[in-house]
Design a protein around this ligand. Structure first.
Ligand code: ATP
Ligand code: MG
Length: 446
């Protein structure tokens, strides 16, 4: 690239950005204004302020899917509730329980503890810092928010359950001095899914606030507010409705809805066109491809095989929902010969992970006399998965399916032709059965 080309590129970017009057309004790192979710904020405030009547809750679990406003709402409450002292810690960066403890200390303005000193010392320091902070502020309740709490439980060897136990006992100690502490844990999963021992479970109680995925109306409210501030021209309300419809039916994730609007506007800007539904479609395709590509390229072989199994099943059957056992059967079919298959249980865990990435959705469905089972459906097109995992394999699958379909329709034609001739008809019948068997073998759909 030479300077001229770089200049041309920079000029192109200016053009792309000309549709925006304030692009920062489409930022998804935080929310300067929270639209809706009042009842969740009130619920949290009510739990926290229970301390005034002597009803301090030691632990509140805030949970729900990605992008449904958990961090934004909790942060907003923390920043604006005068009664209590808050400390908000995001644990995403920590790889170990010890790392989490040090992140909390750093956020409290305390020096880190060395590895050799252990988590016990780190928790004591946290306790001292909390007491000091309450004393200095003259407040009675300290709220420690642990965002992305899921990170803590990835470190199985670090005994996450003990760490939570130690934190909760800090609150018991503090209470003896007339002060209180409440831990707000934010996660994608409900606390009961985490590996916590009984003494922790009984202490943390059952205080929880569930954030549902956003509905179309919620997403539309958020998008309208962002669009009003972000664009130099009014955006057609049908375009915002379209974005909201797409986002709420696929994931109900506000972050992705705002990103979709921004990407669509960038595409429109690049083409010097007025933002329309076509740009939203293009943006959605581009984002889907980027997202699937990123997830697939950073995942393990067995994860890729599990997602490929669901994609193959969806493509060959034409149905959306598939049971865990059908996916497992496909998974076993497509594994490399030398690969040792994972257990059924492990693959069903991979499917839950897949759902957490937003590539798939699940529902509980009755499976007749076998009771209830989980079914999965892709939230993206099977092609986008196939092309990201292994384009050659996927293209040969498309060709094979077309071959079978052509064979079957050719067979139908021949069937009509040979109706009068018993010999030919019998031959046709056998041929048809063989084809069906081949298809069954090939597709593994039974
Ligand atoms: N009610 C809302 N009003 C305005 N913007 C919102 C709202 N909810 C979410 N957003 C936007 O979406 C982004 C993601 O929301 P947030 O970080 O609160 O989600 P989350 O539930 O914590 O998701 P994750 O589980 O991925 O951490 C925010 O940074 C904000 O830009
Ligand atoms: Mg969050």
């Amino acid at each position: 690239m030479n300077k001229k080309e770089l200049d041309r590129m920079i000029a192109g970017m200016g053009q792309e950005d000309s549709v925006f009057s304030d692009k920062s309004a489409l930022d998804t790192f935080g929310a300067s204004r929270i639209i809706g979710r009042d009842e969740k904020a009130v619920e949290l405030v009510r739990v926290l302020l229970g301390y005034r009547k002597g009803l301090a809750v030691p632990f509140v679990s805030v949970y729900g899917r990605s992008g449904c406003g958990k961090s934004s709402v909790v942060r907003f409450v923390c920043d604006n509730i005068d009664d209590v002292k808050c400390c908000f810690v995001n644990l995403r960066k920590a790889k170990t329980v010890f790392g989490c403890a040090n992140l909390v200390l750093a956020e409290l303005g305390e020096p880190n503890v060395k590895n050799a000193q252990g988590v016990g010392i780190a928790t004591d320091r946290i306790g001292d810092a909390v007491a000091k902070s309450l004393e200095a502020s003259g407040k009675k309740l300290f709220v420690l928010v642990l965002d992305e709490l899921d990170a803590l439980f990835l470190d199985k060897r670090g005994r996450p359950s003990d760490f939570v136990y130690n934190l909760v006992t800090l609150e018991e100690k503090l209470r003896k001095t007339g002060r209180m502490m409440c831990i707000v844990g934010i996660s994608n999963n409900v606390m009961t899914e985490f590996d916590l021992d009984d003494r922790v479970r009984s202490r943390i109680g059952t205080s929880e606030i569930f954030f549902e995925a956003y509905s179309k109306k919620d997403v539309l409210g958020i998008l309208k507010d962002r669009a009003r501030r972000a664009f130099s021209e009014n955006v057609d309300s049908a375009v915002l409705e379209y974005c909201a419809e797409m986002s709420s039916s696929e994931h109900g994730d506000a972050r992705r809805a705002v990103d979709l609007l921004r990407t669509a506007a960038e595409i429109a800007g690049r083409k010097a066109e007025r933002l329309s539904k076509t740009h939203v479609d293009l943006a959605s395709k581009q984002m889907q491809k980027d997202r699937v590509g990123l997830i697939v390229s950073t995942s393990s072989y067995h994860f890729r095989a599990a997602v490929m199994a669901l994609a193959r099943l969806t493509f060959l059957s034409g149905d959306s929902w598939h049971s865990t056992s059908s996916v497992y059967k496909q998974y076993r079919m497509i594994l490399r010969k030398e690969a040792k298959p994972l257990t059924y249980r492990r693959v069903s865990e991979l499917l839950v992970e897949l759902q957490n990435t937003g590539i798939a959705m699940s529902q509980t469905a009755s499976s007749g006399r076998h009771g209830y089972g989980t079914q999965y459906r892709l939230a993206v097109s099977p092609e986008s998965i196939g092309m990201a995992v292994d384009p050659n394999w996927w293209e040969s699958l498309i060709a094979r399916k077309a071959e079978f379909e052509a064979g079957n329709s050719l067979h139908g034609l021949l069937g009509n032709f040979g109706r009068k001739n018993y010999g030919l008809a019998a031959l046709q019948k056998r041929n048809k059965e063989m084809r069906r068997d081949n298809w069954r073998k090939f597709s593994g759909l039974d």
